[in-house]
Write a protein that binds this ligand. Structure first.
Ligand code: PEP
Ligand code: MG
Length: 668
């Protein structure tokens, strides 16, 4: 009994709770029961079963059974069990009764059940049941089937799907051609779908270590145990020698959405020497393999992967979700390709285009560096002249991709240390372009050095010192919008210009006035009628505190909760990872505030800013574009405080749509 209570406190329970949004304060409970014995003799046995297939959702009993065994033997994967159907031959009466129990339980809980049972001397005993864990694919199918069977309403069906689970549907699969050319060297059970390729590692610690070094890894284990959870999370895929579909590796990987092949008994494992043999070949740490978590196939070497195809029940559930949700869902996209992907996944606009990200390519970064390293207005304007056509072209492509849906373009916010050249060759190139000596350029670079670039000369501070940058960007935005609306008169191309990192109404007004004067001149010169809006990001606590004033100058707010979290906590968003683990271990924090919105602190600032902003300007529209915009718990909070939209990376758009619907359904 004590061991069960203690288990609430062990490190892997902490990791699991953090991943699944379970508060530490809940605690756990113990049931004390008389025991029956599946390992009494050959008239006894034990099994684990699901009322529906947890991998596909198909409405058929699925499970595993072992004669003369205890439950632990099935779930630990120590012995490979037989399919449940075989139980009918061994224990026909207990099996018939078991089928009846399955029906009773589903009719009671209106959901797929995961059950454990024991047969002792041919008599059936049910040990436990719970709503079964399932793949995303199965979750969608089961939810739709339950609606069709009259067990659930569409709202209940939408509410029963874990938004984070959708990730797996969106994960890569093997490229069909590459796969055709490949021959599997072995096969296990397809325990958790998706395709993965990476370098072989043999321990959870190595998986974590290699992952931190940027390597993709496949964790290969004899069998996994809960101690391996952090390594399993770090791995692209998991391959085990032992264990069935209900083994630890299978269940945990499925829950995490990580590709997993379990129970490949053909592998000869030598864990101690970090090697295994399969199909006559020896594999060592660092060798590449590929695994398919749907078919269970294992391949030698790298097989290219492609994006997931979403079909079937996904559309049905999403259509229901869209009926219920009040929040709009936009995307953070800087390229037309990302924007298109996001549109396919249901994005209703761009909530954040980080314009500095449009300069990462070789030829562009040169012009950008010329702009940064100019020391006269004339030099800077010359550099900006080079940049303008790039920007205008990019914006046109974005408006085209969005087909008249709203597009928010955020003005330059480059932490300077990310853009100044460090390589000698780049410095020489820049010197030549600027007609300066290498020494002069080096002097400029050292004058740009900042001790704390994230709190440095970035965001609208750049436009305050160099208004010509804001002018150039405004011209590019407005000219692009005019061109695209001429080509598509039926689209509503109304630019939303977003000024980042404001902390003061006067500061914002200074930049806004430049934007408005430039935009109005462009529109007048073109002789067109074009609407546009100028808004700001709320990323600094002072902006949130003075939101009533800021709203006088801003037509919309977008919460940049990455910076707002950084500045509210005083935690550097680049470095906090180094010490946050100690906060989890010591139960100071239960989750990473950069991943899940701190609703009590940062959230309070947001709520206040929305209220005070709208009091000044009732038409003010508000969104969020920090990473939290794709996190289900944070999306729920955004719904509660009355934001108009959330904006997140393309692959998280469906997650946000579902989370937004669930927040609305919870209030019904
Ligand atoms: C933010 O700070 O939340 C934000 C979206 O801007 P960036 O991440 O570019 O600083
Ligand atoms: Mg920011």
């Amino acid at each position: 009994i004590e061991a069960v209570f203690r288990s609430w406190d062990n490190p892997r329970a902490n990791v699991y709770r953090r991943d699944n949004d379970i508060p530490y304060s809940w605690g756990t409970a113990v049931n004390v029961m008389p025991m029956v014995f599946g390992n009494l003799n050959n008239q006894s046995g034990t099994g684990v079963a699901f009322t529906r297939d947890p991998a596909t959702g198909e409405n058929k009993l699925m499970g595993e059974f072992l004669i003369n065994a205890q439950g632990e033997d099935v779930v630990a994967g120590v012995r490979t069990p037989m399919p449940i159907a075989q139980m009918e031959q061994e224990f026909p009466e207990a099996y018939a009764q078991f089928l009846e129990v399955c029906e009773t339980l589903e009719n009671h809980y209106h959901d797929m059940q995961d059950m454990e049972f024991t047969v002792e001397n041919k008599k059936l005993y049910m040990l436990q049941c719970r709503n079964g864990k399932r793949t995303a694919q199965a979750a969608l199918k089961i939810a739709c089937d339950l609606v069709d069977e009259g067990h659930k309403t569409p709202a209940e069906a939408v509410a029963m799907i874990d938004p984070r689970n959708l990730d797996t549907l969106l994960h890569p699969q093997f490229d069909v051609k590459a796969l055709k050319a490949a021959t599997p060297m072995g096969k296990g059970l397809g325990a958790s779908p998706g395709a993965a390729c990476g370098k072989v590692v043999f321990t959870a610690e190595d998986a974590e270590k290699w992952n931190e070094m940027g390597e993709k890894v496949i964790l290969v284990r004899l069998e996994t145990s809960p101690e391996d959870i952090t390594g399993m999370k770090a791995a692209q895929g998991i391959l085990t020698v032992r264990g069935g579909m209900t083994s630890h590796a299978a269940v945990v990987a499925r829950g995490m959405g990580t590709c997993c092949v379990s129970g490949c008994g053909d592998i000869v494992m030598d864990e101690e020497n970090k090697k295994f043999t399969l199909a006559g070949k020896e594999f060592h740490e660092g060798d590449y393999i590929s695994i398919d978590g749907s078919t269970g196939n294992i391949y030698d070497g790298i097989i290219e992967t492609v994006d997931a195809q979403i079909a079937g029940e996904f559309g049905r559930i999403m259509a229901w979700a869209d009926e219920f949700r009040k929040l709009k869902v936009r995307t953070n996209a800087d390229t037309p390709a990302d924007a298109k992907k996001a549109r396919e996944l249901g994005a209703e606009g761009i909530g954040l285009c980080r314009t500095e990200h449009m300069f990462f390519e070789e030829d562009r970064i040169a012009a950008f560096r010329e702009m940064i390293c100019s020391d006269t207005v004339e030099e800077r304007e010359a550099a900006l002249e080079k940049i303008l056509p790039y920007q205008q072209g990019d914006f046109e492509a974005l408006y085209e991709a969005l087909e008249g849906c709203p597009v928010t373009i955020r003005f330059l916010d480059p932490p300077l240390h990310e853009f100044v050249p460090t390589e000698e060759a780049d410095i020489e190139k820049l010197a030549k372009a600027q007609n300066k000596s290498v020494e002069e350029i080096k002097a400029i670079i050292s004058s740009l050095h900042e001790f704390n670039p994230m709190m440095g000369h970035r965001g609208l501070r750049l436009a305050v010192t160099y208004p010509e940058i804001a002018k150039m960007q405004t011209k590019a935005v407005i000219r692009a919008a005019i061109n695209v609306s001429k080509a598509h008169p039926d689209w509503n191309v109304a630019p939303e210009i977003m000024i980042p990192l404001a902390c003061d109404a006067k500061e914002l007004k200074y930049v806004k006035d430049i934007v408005v004067a430039t935009a109005d001149a462009e529109i007048a010169a073109a002789g067109v009628d074009m609407k546009y809006e100028v808004g700001t990001m709320i990323e600094i606590p002072r902006a949130a505190l003075t939101a009533g004033d800021i709203a006088k100058e801003a037509e919309f707010f977008c919460f940049g909760t990455n910076d707002l979290t950084q500045m509210t906590f005083g935690f550097s968003r680049d470095d906090a990872g180094k010490f946050l683990n100690a906060y989890y271990d010591k139960k100071i924090f239960e989750s990473d505030p950069f991943a899940r919105l701190d609703t009590t602190g940062v959230g309070q600032l947001m709520e206040m800013a929305v209220k005070n902003g709208k009091a000044t300007r009732p038409s003010l529209h508000c969104g969020i574009c920090g990473e939290h915009g794709g996190d289900p718990t944070s999306v729920e909070f955004c719904h509660k405080i009355g934001l108009d939209y959330v904006s997140c990376s393309p692959f998280r758009v469906p997650i946000a749509r579902l989370a937004a619907a669930q927040a609305a359904i919870a209030e019904m």
